[in-house]
Design a protein around this ligand. Structure first.
Ligand code: S3P
Length: 444
């Protein structure tokens, strides 16, 4: 298979006004709920990346007529909660954990069996976290050893509602159980130990489904819904993805002379940990033109260069910035002083082991980054990144984070295995070059 190598030349400041692609989490959910709704749902701003396209193709394979995406527009002819058909092949989720975990919840409620597969990275990611609650609800799921994909799911139209406390703060597991709960008899209740992204809850409400949320204490929340309702088609305007914007927020913070506006970014409070952490580090970030689009808050994010300082990252912010740590480690490398991350063991089971892979990558460019069981200690500001060759380990966010690291390096950094950037951020390279990064992309 063809792969892609990035070569980053150091130097330059980051300036201009840009729009990054649509939010990945919201794009996935728009296809899922649009397919299960009654009527025609239209989506604008859809992320045309491989992950959300894997979800789209899976629903087409289950008999849903979907047009697009074309220029971010998708039209979904919903089939209703009971209208999916058995696919005649296994459903390939590619690199996408969100597709596999959320779809498992939906397939658990179907009268048919189907198999979910994934690429080398996804095939190593833990699925026991969804197998356990779905089995309690009455689905029959076969996996590989230790709950790894592929998953063979024999669904049931008569799932049992459960009362489930998540063993970890995971929006994917929460969403999986809530989606299965649409097919269960009675009230499904999920308790999350700390706030995680709430796009499923918001979007279910947008499709006219009643979902109750109730804070139990400073961190924990219970979410409940009744099975057996219906979803009514709607229009979804997907904001730009704050997780993609994060690469440019860090780039503009660490490159002297930068002044960048990232337009129309989703600033759902369950996603803005990256802004809070960067501000604690001394970043100059302001939110302009705040407004609400289809039930999700958005803003233009204005970032100017600033001298960052090392901090102890508050653990409460970890689930709210869970996808942004690869690039936050790069920010920590450029900051003066020590940054300590704890309580982030979930990073070890993302598209790669992001603690080990980022510690290796930063050490390779000469940064003092020490991995710990549940986080990292980065002694920043001591030396600029040196020339090196990095491997992304099938992880798009490693490819993009190390591209940002190249900005303040003393010599070019090469990153191997970057085709994965297309899973979440098509045109990352064009956009990067348009605001002042100097990155070449080579097909090899
Ligand atoms: C996602 C939830 C997060 C995140 C992932 C997308 C979602 O995973 O890392 O990229 O869309 O629900 P966890 O919920 O497993 O932390």
């Amino acid at each position: 298979m063809k792969n892609i190598r990035f070569i980053v030349q150091p130097g330059g400041s980051i300036t201009g006004r840009i729009r990054v692609p649509g939010d990945k989490s919201i794009s996935h959910r728009s296809i899922m709920l649009g397919s299960l709704a009654e009527g025609v749902t239209t989506v604008t701003g859809f992320l045309e990346g491989e992950d959300s396209l894997a979800t789209l193709k899976a629903f087409q394979a289950m008999g849903v007529e979907i047009q697009g995406p074309s220029d971010g527009k998708v039209t979904i002819h919903g089939v209703g909660l009971k209208g999916l058909k058995q696919p005649n092949h296994s459903l390939n989720m590619g690199n996408s954990g969100t597709s596999m975990r959320l779809l498992s919840g939906i397939i658990a409620g179907q009268a048919f069996a189907s198999e979910l597969t994934g690429d080398a990275s996804l095939s190593k990611r833990p699925m026991k976290r969804v197998i356990d609650p779905l089995t309690l609800m009455g689905a029959k799921i076969e996996s590989q050893d230790k709950g790894l994909p592929p998953l063979k799911i024999q669904g049931s139209e008569q799932l049992n509602a459960i009362d489930y406390t998540l063993p970890m703060a995971s929006a994917q597991v929460k969403s999986c159980v809530l989606l299965a709960g649409l097919y269960a008899q009675g009230t499904t209740r999920v308790v999350e130990p700390a706030p995680t992204r709430d796009h499923t809850e918001r979007m279910l409400r947008g499709f006219g489904y009643q979902v109750s949320t109730n804070k139990l204490d400073a961190l924990a929340t219970e979410i409940t819904l009744q099975g057996g309702g219906r979803l009514t088609a709607t229009h979804i305007d997907v904001p730009s993805d704050i997780s993609s914007a994060a690469f440019y927020m860090v780039a503009a913070s660490i490159a002297p002379g930068s002044d960048l506006v990232i337009e129309h970014v989703g600033i759902n409070p369950t996603r803005t940990g990256v802004i809070d952490i960067l501000k604690l580090m001394g970043a100059n970030i302001t939110l302009e033109n705040q407004r609400e689009v289809g039930g999700e808050p958005v803003a233009d994010i204005h970032v100017r260069a600033a001298q960052l300082k090392g901090i102890a990252i508050p653990e409460a912010l970890v689930p709210l910035a869970i996808d942004e740590f690869p690039v936050l480690f790069v920010a920590a490398s450029a900051a003066q002083g020590t940054t300590v991350l704890t309580g982030a063991e979930e990073l070890r089971v993302k598209e790669s082991d992001r603690i080990q892979v980022m510690a290796d990558a930063l050490q390779a460019v000469g940064i003092d980054a020490q991995p710990t069981e549940d986080g990292m200690i980065v002694h920043g500001g001591q030396q600029k990144p040196q020339a090196s060759e990095i491997i992304s380990h099938h992880d798009h966010r490693i490819s993009m984070a190390m591209t940002v690291a190249g900005l303040t390096a003393v010599a070019p950094i090469t990153i191997e295995d970057c085709a994965n950037v297309n899973t979440s951020f098509p045109r990352f390279i064009e956009l990067a070059n348009s605001v002042g990064l100097r990155v070449a992309s080579e097909s090899i």
